[in-house]
Design a protein around this ligand. Structure first.
Ligand code: ATP
Ligand code: MG
Length: 296
């Protein structure tokens, strides 16, 4: 099969899954596939990875929404050069609708900014929480895949996003400090949720071999001490086009589609779409319900 027909097959496959889900779930809105991107150490490339993975997934005919859940620093806004008028904070605390916070990103992607203090829900009554979950579930109407960019590290808020999402992608570089912090993150996720599958990407590698060695280090430790297997999503080369496009506030997959980093991300997008081993919940027990429950 040539590459184009492979792609078509992939896309059709995915559409039929979504159709099946929405038809046996008539009374309930279909929910999007939720993938949370996280890391142990900061600055390893999560935000760049998330945006560019989103671009590649949308090139392959998926409706993508990116949620910037890095609740302190507004990362995605800076990388895309857009300023949000309202954030999720305004949806939760100020009665704004989801439509009012959605920004248009490149390639028809939708971008939603978190805003700080977003999930301080402690004092809200249950009727309000119910309405809030309904509002958040509106995102599913526009979306096939939700990508969540979290901050780094082991804070409760980050873990809540990670544990609520159906799928987790952990980003690390080959540096020993980054690997050690990645392992600490894996250990914590595994402690809280034994069966959670973790996909790993090694960013900024100089060679495939370097990526391989870094992945094996993490996977061997996880096998040995946690009896868990990591999934290798792939490696992204250290590529000066990434830095250049950060300066231009444009995704490198759009500015430099033929760069090595862009090709690496494209491969991962295909791999993700080819992976049918994931669950999509109905809206009533979906991602946003789990997330809000964490903050109560
Ligand atoms: N593949 C790459 N090749 C070269 N440089 C890269 C690559 N990936 C990331 N970088 C560099 O690393 C910087 C940090 O990346 P990014 O902001 O995506 O990290 P992050 O993990 O989101 O950081 P934070 O934890 O602060 O949110 C980028 O501005 C870029 O200069
Ligand atoms: Mg970031």
């Amino acid at each position: 099969m040539d590459q184009a027909s492979k792609l078509r097959e992939l896309i059709n496959n995915r559409k039929s899954i979504l159709k099946e889900i929405s038809s046996d779930d008539d009374n309930n809105t279909k929910t999007a596939r939720v993938i949370c991107v996280t890391s142990g150490k900061g600055g390893v490339g999560k935000t760049n990875f998330t945006i560019n993975l989103g671009v590649e997934l949308s090139k392959l005919d998926n409706r993508v929404t990116i949620i910037d859940a890095d609740l302190g620093l507004a990362n995605i806004d800076v990388l895309l050069g857009t300023v949000p008028k309202y954030t999720l904070y305004d949806v939760i605390h100020k009665d704004k609708s989801i439509d009012e916070v959605i920004m248009n990103g490149p390639n028809n992607m939708k971008v939603i900014s978190g805003g700080s203090g977003v999930l301080e829900l402690v004092d809200m009554d249950s009727e309000y929480i119910k309405q809030l979950i309904e509002k958040l579930n509106d995102i599913n109407k526009y979306t096939d895949i939700i990508l969540i960019d979290t901050g780094a590290g082991l804070s409760n808020s980050i873990l809540s996003f990670v544990l609520s999402a159906e799928e987790v992608i952990l980003v690390t570089t080959p540096e020993p400090t980054s690997i050690t912090d990645a392992y600490a993150m894996i250990k914590t996720i595994n402690f809280k949720s034994k069966d959670k599958k973790i996909k790993v990407i090694i960013n900024r590698v100089e060679s495939t071999k370097e990526g391989h060695i870094a992945f094996e280090k993490l996977n061997n430790a996880s096998n040995r001490f946690l009896s868990m297997n990591l999934e290798k999503l792939g490696y992204v080369f250290d590529d000066s086009n990434v830095v250049k496009s950060v300066k231009k506030q444009q995704p490198f997959t759009i500015e430099y589609p033929n760069s090595i980093a862009s090709k690496n991300i494209k491969q991962m997008a295909l791999k993700i779409l080819n992976d049918n081993d994931f669950t999509i919940s109905s809206a009533s027990d979906g991602f946003f319900n789990r997330l809000v429950r964490f903050f109560r």
